[in-house]
Write a new protein. Structure first.
Length: 133
């Protein structure tokens, strides 16, 4: 299987795409279709709480993020290790946010990652938790 493999569109919901060297999970779908997905992913979470400067708003969101193995990269950028889809994490976190806030959840696990200037603790977390490592 090559890293460029893309399962059928109906296979994407609830699954992370298979990344060449990550662990894969095979799932059968209705109609005899098969979906390959990684068992664990690293998701990047970036947010902008625009609705309130209330510290309780930040505390609620950060508590929801920390329910997963996580690492704070910068002030509003976190990495989490999960077997859940990015869309599921958006739903979970958005429940803690106001309608005019912003949230982006991206799957960043894969064969290629690069960074500079991060704390040693953050770098070590990335290396230890990336399923493609």
């Amino acid at each position: 299987m090559k890293a460029s493999y893309r399962p059928p569109d109906d296979c994407l919901t609830g699954f992370q795409l298979f990344s060449g060297s990550g662990r894969k999970r095979k799932s059968s779908l209705p109609g005899g279709r098969t979906c390959y997905a990684t068992g664990v992913s690293i998701l990047a979470i970036s947010y902008d709480l625009r609705g309130s400067e209330d510290p309780a708003s930040y505390e609620r969101l950060i508590a929801a993020i920390r329910r997963h193995p996580s690492c704070e990269v910068t002030y509003s950028l976190w990495l989490i290790r999960t077997d859940r889809a990015a869309a599921d994490i958006v739903k979970e976190l958005w429940a803690q946010m106001d309608p005019n806030d912003r949230l982006l959840v991206t799957d960043v696990s894969g064969d290629v990652m690069a960074w500079s200037g991060l704390d040693g603790e953050v770098s070590a977390w990335i290396v230890a938790n990336n399923p493609a490592s």
